[in-house]
Ligand binder design. Structure first.
Ligand code: HEM
Ligand SMILES: [Cu+2]
Length: 633
């Protein structure tokens, strides 16, 4: 909206700047409730955890470079691979997609001025940060969780793991889950109630459908993990017997509760990647996405069907075939909505005029890795084959192609794609392409040979292996490739960091995107849009007449809502104007509440239940202060 037509329009913009202007300095970031600033905080925090998870991955690979590695002791190795898994999944990939991309882009894409619950949004971030620090204090003390990211009992029980390691896992994940649950509620209400008037559900971008599916999946999956961890801590700290077979409990209860969460979790990881892909492909193919309604439906179906397959992680526990066969069939059915999306992406590219700039290259990489990971996934749904390769490197290969290849590549492509929007600068295209090829080749060579090692019998989670089993050459190759991959990732970060300071100006819409965020400034002003945008199709940015109409509306002061922190509330299906919502400005309550919660979990970890109750009282007081302000929470 940089192009203001007349002085009257400029007056409205000045007023909006005064009303929505952010506080400066550290206090400004500490008390912000602006979704863009919160998105940026999520981005750098998740990037730091990606760095930590990456260092852990390189430590693992260096230890496995050759037989009889001595980089890590067996005990240290257990902590490192466990922390690698926990970090990459709970502290990097989900906060990066939902926390950073979702937070920054979703309100912009639906034409809103903020998320529905701005202070709760800030709270989600501060809890995420606190829970990440909580878990990393364990590593700093040398007591990191060490029973793997799915933490099976009885290995994780007090009997076999008497120290505090597992308690950091149990309480840390419950703590972290509060952040994701609050964020999901925020996304669902924002998507259903804050879309710009006219953006009916059939005009909502596919990116938003992916985030709607993710939010519902998180909301329904997380309670299973939280209950599982609570039972674990009751067993460990208060001597209950939920998982203790010798006292009538059942260790398989943990596996079922964990994977009822765990499998939907993998779709929670990949669905935002689908959303990013559906944003980048139309822009660089210069055409609309084919089968739009089917792709939207497929995104939701993937999340829904993902709740019915969890036992495919447990084909070796001895369940009857009548049980496992259902889960095998259900796992194969999920291929259908995934394939619908795959063919829609490929058809859109092939029937458009594709331009292979860096963001698009990462999406091509994503499609290649999604196919490789998807195909190995199909083989793992075949029970007899799975029983052969369960817990081997074949499984490690499979999920790294889907989680790293298919989930992280769109994140990397998205970083390049929206960098100009967030910073107002262009990145270096040549270095961008180079960083893609290093990352692509590094990923392929790091993880593909793992299929072969798995078929040869190399099992996961072993800190070393003897010579003479034929594992050495492929492991050495994988380790070298992992360093090439790391170099590629570093090149991306450096390219964007240097371009932030030295890059040429990008303008509002350097890639001719189709969604609304490209219609406002780069970076967007704190109020996002001077005029709440007019929307008449799923491709609002390509509806030039509507964008011109908005300029005219600004001159007339229509839809400006400049009196206070305001954004329109609209009806769920047709997005007809329903009410004007008053949004809270900055607030100190979210970080204070998160600090109180950290106090509770620290005391639960140490077994000081009464002090934990004391912290709960403090939080009750902050919530009274929080609700004292009579505006949106
Ligand atoms: C950056 C490149 C990466 C490399 C080189 C890498 C390498 C590895 C290796 C070698 C293992 C097996 C350790 C063992 O079983 O002994 C592993 C496990 C794992 N990785 Fe990665 N990984 C990378 C990125 C990621 C990402 C991005 C994610 C998720 C978003 C991820 C999630 C996991 C999980 C969940 C495990 C299982 C840990 C466990 O057994 O508890 N990895 N990784
Ligand atoms: Cu699964």
């Amino acid at each position: 909206m940089a192009t203001v037509i007349n002085p009257r329009g400029q007056q409205y913009v000045d007023l909006l700047d005064r009303v929505w202007g952010e506080r400066r300095g550290l206090v400004g970031w500490l008390t912000t409730t602006d979704h863009k600033r919160i998105g940026i905080m999520y981005f750098f925090t998740a990037l730091a955890f990606f760095g930590a998870g990456g260092v852990e991955a390189l430590l693992i690979r260096t230890q496995l470079f050759g037989p009889h590695g001595h980089v890590l002791s067996p005990a240290a190795y257990d902590q490192v691979f466990t922390m690698h898994g926990i970090t990459m999944i709970f502290l990097f990939v989900i906060p990066m997609t939902t926390g950073a991309f979702g937070n920054y882009l979703l309100p912009l894409m639906i034409g809103a001025r903020d998320m529905a619950f701005p202070r709760m949004n800030a709270l989600s971030y501060w809890i995420y940060l606190a829970s990440g620090i909580f878990i990393y204090i364990a590593l700093a003390q040398g007591h990191a969780p060490n029973a793997g990211w799915f933490d099976y009992v009885p290995l994780a029980s007090k009997t076999y793991n008497p120290s505090i390691n597992i308690d950091f896992y149990g309480w840390g994940l419950i703590f972290n889950g509060i952040s994701s649950t609050a964020a999901s509620i925020n996304f669902i209400v924002t998507i259903f109630k804050l879309r710009a008037p006219g953006m009916s559900l059939n005009r909502m971008p596919l990116f938003c459908y992916a985030f709607l599916a993710v939010s519902f999946a998180l909301l329904f999956a997380l309670p299973s993990l939280s209950v599982a961890c609570l039972f674990l801590e009751l067993d460990r700290q208060l001597g209950f017997h939920f998982y203790d077979a010798s006292h009538g409990g059942n260790p398989l209860l943990w596996q079922n509760l964990f994977w009822i969460f765990g499998h939907p979790e993998v779709y929670i990881i990949i669905l935002p990647a689908f959303g990013i892909a559906t944003s980048i492909i139309p822009a660089f193919s210069h055409r609309k996405m084919v089968f739009f309604p089917l792709v939207a439906l497929a995104e939701i179906l993937v999340a829904f069907l993902g709740f019915g397959v969890w036992v495919h992680h447990m084909f070796t526990v001895g369940y009857a075939t009548v049980t496992t066969i259902y889960f095998a069939a259900a796992s194969l059915i999920i291929v259908i909505p995934s394939a619908i999306q795959l063919f829609a992406w490929i058809t859109t590219i092939m029937t458009g005029t594709p331009q292979f700039k860096t963001p698009m290259l990462f999406i091509i990489g994503f499609i290649v890795f999604f196919i490789i990971g998807g195909l190995s996934g199909v083989t793992l749904a075949a029970i007899p084959f799975d029983q052969q390769v369960h817990d081997s490197y074949y499984v490690i290969a499979h999920f790294h192609f889907v989680i790293f290849g298919a989930a992280v590549f769109p994140i990397l492509g998205g970083m390049y794609f929206w960098f100009p929007k967030v910073t107002g600068k262009l990145y270096h295209e040549g270095v961008g392409k180079l960083s893609f090829w290093a990352t692509f080749v590094g990923t392929l060579v790091t993880f593909f040979p793992m299929h072969i090692l798995g078929l040869m019998g190399m099992v996961r989670r072993n800190y070393t292996y003897p010579p003479g089993l034929g594992f050495s050459t492929l492991n050495a190759l994988e380790t070298v490739a992992a360093y090439v991959l790391a170099a590629g990732l570093l090149m991306i970060v450096l390219n964007l960091a240097i371009s932030y300071f030295k890059g040429p100006a990008a303008g509002n819409d350097p890639f001719e995107g189709d969604t609304l965020e490209w219609s406002t400034g780069s970076p967007p002003p704190p109020y996002n849009y001077a005029v709440i945008p007019t929307v008449t199709s799923p491709y609002p940015m390509w509806d030039k007449q509507d964008r011109e109409l908005d300029n005219k509306r600004l001159e007339r002061g229509e839809g400006v809502l400049a009196l206070g922190h305001r954004t329109p509330g609209t009806t769920v299906q047709d997005a007809r104007l329903d009410e004007i919502l008053n949004m809270p400005p900055h607030s100190i309550w979210p970080p204070v509440t998160a600090l109180g919660l950290a106090g509770i979990f620290a005391m639960l970890l140490l077994g000081h239940l009464f002090i934990a109750a004391g912290f709960a009282a403090v939080i009750a007081l902050t919530l009274i202060g929080w609700h004292h302000h009579g505006v949106q929470p």
